[in-house]
Design a protein. Structure first.
Length: 151
């Protein structure tokens, strides 16, 4: 019996974001502003995956993400894999990790926090990476990173 595969065009240069939890795929597209990309973007989702059961994958031609974009990505989809492509070859593969500190990425869910009442940058410290708990630098309110609102 022949193995069936879905073929998607390879990219010459750019980034492939793999192992996105399927239900977060379009959130990642929005977060990274890919709807406004000027280069080809391929989005696939609901592919079977051993790591996350159902996954999404995004291929972005001629785009290499900044550390800030990767930090934002880690909030929505930690543990995704970035494949950096040059001349159709994977030259670097890295798993996105949530950084120890998030600056200007997450909104505090405490309505009386100074960050919700003054024009200032939010700062959150990741206090438990395994459980995904972050704590506001200013009011000490803890939040589940999977339920945060992005700035």
């Amino acid at each position: 019996m022949a193995k069936k595969e879905m073929l998607v065009a390879a990219i010459e240069n750019g980034t492939v974001i793999d192992h996105i939890p399927a239900d977060r795929t379009f959130q990642v597209v929005g977060l990274l502003g890919l709807r406004n990309a000027r280069t080809p973007v391929t989005v696939g989702y609901n592919y079977p995956s051993e790591k996350v059961k159902m996954k999404g994958i995004i291929k972005v031609s001629d785009k290499f993400f900044t550390d800030d974009e990767i930090s934002r990505l880690s909030v929505v989809a930690p543990k995704v894999v970035l494949n950096i492509i040059h001349d159709y070859e994977v030259v670097e593969k890295k798993t996105v990790e949530t950084p120890d500190e998030l600056r200007g990425i997450v909104k505090c869910n405490n309505p009386v926090c100074i960050t919700n009442n003054e024009p200032m940058t939010t700062i959150f410290h990741i206090v438990d990476k395994e459980r995904g708990i972050c704590k506001c630098h200013y009011c000490d309110k803890e939040q589940d990173i999977s339920k945060v609102e992005l700035v």
